[in-house]
Write a protein of this length. Structure first.
Length: 395
């Protein structure tokens, strides 16, 4: 079998489907080749099955990239408000959970169905989008456009779009396929690493594994980034939204600093001493934090006496430690548990307006395959939609 299209999109995920719909509605003939047995599998499992499909506050500051300016253009041209408008036009009920995070009231299946319906609409504009699953791409060559050979045959596209995502969650079929193909065409890759991923603790931190299941509101800091959300202690180390966010900025060997007293200042323990001198470190911490966490922290702080009998200096030091508790993770739980990947196809290689490779006309890369990574909370889908639209309008 051999056929030809205006565009062949590799990957029927968030970015690929959005791109296909846009190009199809501009009258293009588009073939989407998907390795899995159905489109949008990551969308289906996202947000606990309810898909945190965008974040109303999404802006360039919520993304990591070797070039922090790259995402600006696409994000400005297709905003969270634009996606929300699309969601509402399909009567999909939604709610804001927290911090601008928008979820379906019902199911993530509605988002996949909406994207497929948008692809079908292409026919109204003289275009066509064909989504073919169970397609194993074997080779891609540049030959009068691009020639793609899969298990089912050979397809020709005037243009080709890499939308196969990053290597997070390999058991769902994720791989470094986009990177390999990009390298084949001479594009550079920014070293990929797992992000939005739990951190593991060894050494002294092992003690905290005893309180697996305990969570507390904290501020977690890694590098210059800080996130006021919940941290969760696990049997392997640290997780919870604050830690997942910080993990994207964490590098091996770096500390993660945790403020266990968010909203309390440097004199908090001295004030407790004045107000309740008979109280112990353990009892005042138990008023602020879950009991098992308070117990382990007070034990490690080593202030044995009543606060009234502890020196101001000792309390100031303890206060300071509680506000900057230093964990030294010995690693992450890796791509197997990472929600996304930091790094990927270098943005230096791509036009920020169209996502087309500067040196390979007709080759585009979008979504997670590109070195643009969002925070936790709907930002990654917003990048998938925005970069998909940017390419879809250029194909
Ligand atoms: P995506 O991974 O969606 O799609 C790539 C597609 O390409 C897949 O369908 C894959 O099967 C296919 N493919 C791979 N290799 C191929 C090949 N060789 N040939 C053909 N096809 C191939 N983000 C967010 O904003 N809100 C959220 O709620 C969540 N929740 C969430 C939960 C979990 C468990 C994970 C793992 C991730 C999230 N994310 C998220 C992140 C979000 O899922 C991710 O950023 C986007 O899906 C990226 O969209 P892409 O289209 O780039 O890749």
């Amino acid at each position: 079998m051999s056929d030809s299209y205006d565009a062949i999109i590799l990957g029927a995920g968030a970015a690929g489907l959005m791109c296909a719909a846009r190009a199809g509605q501009r009258g293009r003939r588009v073939l989407v080749l998907e390795k899995a047995d159905r489109p949008g599998k990551k969308i289906l499992i996202s947000g606990g099955g309810r898909c945190n499909f965008t974040n109303i506050g999404a802006g360039p500051a919520n993304y990591l990239s070797a070039n922090p300016h790259f995402a600006k253009s696409a994000l400005a041209r297709y905003t969270a408000g634009d996606f929300l408008e699309l969601v509402e036009s399909y009567d999909i009920a939604w709610h804001e959970k927290t911090l601008g995070q928008l979820f379906c009231d019902g199911s993530a299946k509605q988002i996949v169905a909406m994207l497929l319906a948008e692809c079908e609409k292409a026919s109204e504009f003289g275009g066509e989008v064909i989504v073919r699953c169970n397609e194993d791409v074997q080779t891609v060559d540049q030959e009068d456009g691009f020639r793609v050979v899969t298990n089912s045959g050979t397809h020709h596209g005037a243009t080709i779009v890499l939308a196969t995502g990053g290597p997070s969650i390999p058991k769902m079929g994720a791989s470094g396929f986009a990177y390999d193909l990009a390298r084949k065409f001479g594009l550079k890759i920014v070293e990929p690493r797992p992000a939005l991923v739990p951190l593991t603790l060894g050494g002294e931190g092992v003690l905290f594994r005893e309180i697996s299941g305990v969570s507390a509101p904290v501020v977690a800091r890694a590098g210059k980034a800080s996130f006021p959300e919940a941290a969760l202690f696990t049997h392997r180390g640290l997780s919870g939204p604050a830690i997942l966010q910080a993990s994207s900025y964490w590098k091996p060997g770096d500390p993660v600093l945790i403020d266990f007293l968010p909203g309390r200042d440097a004199d908090w323990l001295l004030e407790r001493k004045r107000e309740t001198p008979q109280a112990t470190m353990r009892s005042v911490l138990r008023d602020e934090l879950p009991d098992r966490l308070a117990d382990i922290l007070s034990e490690k702080l080593g202030v044995q006496s009543d606060l009234g009998n502890a020196s101001d200096k000792a309390l100031r030091i303890a206060n300071e430690r509680l506000k900057r508790w230093e964990f030294r993770p010995n690693g992450t739980e890796g791509f197997a548990k990472a929600e996304v990947t930091v790094g990927g196809i270098s943005t230096n290689e791509l036009s920020s307006k169209t996502m087309e490779a500067k040196n390979v006309p007709g080759l585009y890369a979008i979504g997670e395959a590109v070195d643009v990574t969002g925070w936790l909370g709907g930002y990654n889908f917003q990048w998938a939609w925005a970069s998909g639209v940017a390419a879809g309008e250029a194909l």
